[in-house]
Design a protein around this ligand. Structure first.
Ligand SMILES: [Zn+2]
Length: 123
């Protein structure tokens, strides 16, 4: 049996759903959900609600802990290449690298398009 993880939502147990109600008659409680896998917040939350509850409670402390951004980041010409594709008049897929700043386009092969390591960006 796979290990069950607890939803990290700070208010998960306060949502009155049937699946959260556990225990025997007379001593039932609503409990934090346990799941073998969860889809939200890198697998830590059972729902977007729980993810948002956590964020509302802890996000400021988390950002301060890991470093709050104090200046805008810059995407330069050298790093503004993005893979994209289009179709030609024969309905063939054309893969291209498009620079978001200069608007320059360079052709890509399908292999290069799908290769996560292939990039024109310099860092
Ligand atoms: Zn939850």
């Amino acid at each position: 049996m796979s290990e069950l993880k607890l939803c990290q939502g700070s208010r998960c147990h306060t949502y009155n759903t049937k699946d959260r109600l556990k225990g025997v008659k007379g001593s039932k409680t609503f409990q934090t959900r346990r799941r073998s896998s969860m889809y939200y917040g890198s697998g830590n939350f059972c729902s977007m609600n729980c993810y948002n509850d956590w964020a509302e409670t802890f996000i400021d402390r988390a950002i301060d802990h890991f470093g709050r951004l104090t200046e805008p980041k810059h995407l330069t010409e050298q790093n503004a290449w993005q893979k994209t594709y289009d179709w030609n008049s024969n309905d063939e897929t054309l893969y291209v690298y498009r620079n978001g700043i200069t608007k320059e386009e360079r052709p890509l092969t399908k292999q290069q398009y799908h290769d996560q390591n292939y990039t024109l960006n310099t860092s």
